[in-house]
Design a protein around this ligand. Structure first.
Ligand code: CUA
Length: 218
């Protein structure tokens, strides 16, 4: 989970999030190189005293500064597309979790079992329950098996919400009248936190998501 002064992405708990972090770092390195190059050129402009009365065009330099950015963009676009399709791929999920967004809480259904459904409200944080995570703890956690493909179905009943868990690389909108699908693979036990990340209303920040990842035997 995110803690104070956490500047980077959260540690990944799923293979897809690991890939997202790799792509982020890859893109950031390219971005830094571009920024340094452009910054250097802009600083140079201040000290430029060369004047050439007969300069009309420079075909070669224009060719270079057109083609090099094109190639650079391809180096970002191809890994980006690869990641996009990887995130969408579902391979034989073991279990399905349906999460429904409401103003302002989530409710869940385990569709594989008969009539397993519950609401998940944020727990109030006060002096009597000081061990809770403020604005993140819920009364009923989602419990999911680790090291298994999990299908997530997401929808909403009133306005648009977004079911988002940074450490698992999941962010999918919950729309009324639509059923969105994504997938999850948790590679370690623990508790993973998320929040709604669509501006759904005044108490938008009070609909946290809490996943308890346990071994399949338990
Ligand atoms: Cu639900 Cu923001």
């Amino acid at each position: 989970m995110a803690t104070w002064s956490n500047f980077n992405l959260q540690n990944s708990a799923s293979p897809l999030m690991e890939q997202i972090i790799f792509f982020h770092d890859h893109t950031l390195i390219i971005l830094i190189m571009i920024t340094i190059l452009v910054g250097y050129l802009m600083i140079n402009l201040f000290f430029n005293k060369y004047i050439n009365r007969f300069l009309l065009d420079g075909q070669m330099i224009e060719l270079i500064w057109t083609i090099i950015p094109t190639i650079t963009l391809i180096f970002i676009a191809l890994p980006s597309l690869r990641l996009l399709y990887l995130l969408d791929e579902l391979n034989n999920p073991l279990i399905t979790l349906k999460s429904i967004g409401h103003q302002w809480y989530w409710s869940y259904e385990y569709s594989d079992f008969n009539d397993v459904s519950f609401d998940s409200y944020m727990i109030n944080y006060n002096k009597s329950n000081i061990n809770n995570f403020r604005l993140l703890d819920v009364d009923n956690r989602i419990i999911l098996p680790m090291n298994n493909q999990i299908r997530i179905m997401v929808t909403a009943t009133d306005v648009i919400h977004s079911w988002t868990i940074p450490s698992l690389g999941v962010k999918i909108d919950a729309n009324p009248g639509r059923l969105n699908q994504t997938n999850l693979f948790i590679n370690r036990p623990g508790i993973f936190f998320g929040q709604c990340s669509e501006i759904c209303g005044a108490n938008h920040s009070f609909m946290p998501i809490m996943i308890e990842s346990i071994s399949i035997k338990n």
